[in-house]
Design a protein around this ligand. Structure first.
Ligand SMILES: CCCCCCC/C=C/C(=O)SCCNC(=O)CCNC(=O)[C@H](O)C(C)(C)COP(=O)(O)OP(=O)(O)OC[C@H]1O[C@@H](n2cnc3c(N)ncnc32)[C@H](O)[C@@H]1OP(=O)(O)O
Ligand SMILES: NC(=O)C1=CN([C@@H]2O[C@H](COP(=O)(O)OP(=O)(O)OC[C@H]3O[C@@H](n4cnc5c(N)ncnc54)[C@H](OP(=O)(O)O)[C@@H]3O)[C@@H](O)[C@H]2O)C=CC1
Length: 261
């Protein structure tokens, strides 16, 4: 990481989806820069692995198993974090995902599951932590979109619609919360080589995906995490309601289909 040692000393940062991929890499990067963290996700095992790495860096980690699709669990995550640390400086709404399917074959429940995760879950977290941040008079929320929001995205109708909504939610919250000292921004990654993405991408589409990325390779977990770290830091203190795209230029080549047939 190219950030100053101790940059986040004294900061408390809550992260969803912190047991794997971009979330885990971000949590460890922030801890290496001095932050104490609160880690959410559904699977306690992977969260505990992240917590171990954080503690080895000499920082504190609170593990709060949470399904962000459930607003009561999200409220518990926020309350547990505040009770444990007494404040939260930054919330990183990283948890998300989808499955690839043609729109006409999506079941109502499949549609709802993906919108619930990527849009509603993000909103529940913004609301629960946003209330507390407004009360404490400062805060910084970073939402996760995906570059699919910029174009049509065959095979990802549910996710692309939800990610576009997250962008608008970010802008609205940026306006609503700014008077209370809370800023809200969004990161929109393109193909980042997380285990989750590689696993979900049909192997027959791997080569085509790489060819579509102007930089000729997927982004690394560190390259996604470092943009989140920048947004979490005071280096971005005058950014509010912004969407930072991290896709190696992929969106410039237009819509990409994830369908295999
Ligand atoms: C221009 C190029 C840019 C590239 C951009 C890349 C964009 C994004 C990349 C990433 O997001 S990388 C992260 C990858 N990780 C994941 O996506 C996580 C893996 N996915 C999931 O965990 C699931 O898909 C989920 C929906 C997010 C969660 O599912 P969950 O298991 O909790 O759902 P259920 O409640 O059990 O089921 C609800 C409903 O959904 C249907 N369903 C679930 N998975 C699938 C599937 N793989 N295929 C088809 N349908 C699925 C499930 O059947 C249920 O529907 P019903 O059967 O009840 O009708
Ligand atoms: N990799 C990429 O190219 C891109 C990724 N993204 C987004 O970046 C974020 C991180 O993805 P990435 O690291 O690549 O992939 P991962 O699959 O590794 O990360 C997804 C994380 O979300 C968590 N999660 C899923 N559902 C829930 C839920 N209901 N409640 C709480 N946590 C949940 C998972 O943990 P658990 O299963 O334990 O709950 C997991 O840790 C996601 O939002 C993803 O959609 C966006 C664009 C591109």
């Amino acid at each position: 990481m190219i950030f100053r040692d101790g940059l986040f000393q004294g900061s408390v940062i809550a992260i969803t989806g912190a047991g794997t991929g971009i979330g885990r890499t971000t949590a460890i990067a922030l801890a290496s820069l001095g932050a104490d963290v609160s880690l959410a996700g559904r699977h306690i095992g992977t969260l505990q692995e992240t917590a171990c790495k954080v503690e080895k860096l000499g920082r504190k980690a609170l593990v709060v198993p949470t399904n962000i699709r459930n607003p009561e669990e999200v409220n518990h995550f926020a309350e547990a974090t505040y009770q444990h640390y007494g404040k939260v400086d930054v919330l990183i709404n990283n948890a998300g995902g989808q499955f690839i399917q043609n729109s006409l074959n999506l079941s109502p429940n499949g549609w709802k599951a993906v919108v619930d995760l990527n849009l509603n879950g993000t909103f529940y977290c913004c609301q629960a932590f946003g209330r507390m941040m407004c009360q404490q008079g400062h805060g910084n929320i970073i939402n996760m979109s995906a570059v699919v929001f910029e174009t049509g995205s065959p095979g990802m109708a549910h996710s692309a619609a939800a990610r576009a909504a997250v962008v608008n939610l970010t802008k609205t919250l940026a306006l609503e919360l700014a008077p209370s000292g809370v800023r809200v921004n969004c990161i929109s990654p393109g193909p980042i080589a997380s285990e989750g993405f590689i696993h979900e991408l049909p192997s027959s589409q791997y080569d085509e995906t790489i060819q579509r990325i102007p930089l000729g390779r997927m982004g690394t977990l560190d390259e996604a995490a470092s943009v989140i770290v920048f947004l979490a830091s005071e280096a971005s203190s005058f950014m509010n309601g912004e969407v930072v795209i991290v896709d190696g230029g992929t969106r410039l080549r237009g819509a990409m289909s994830f369908l295999t047939d």
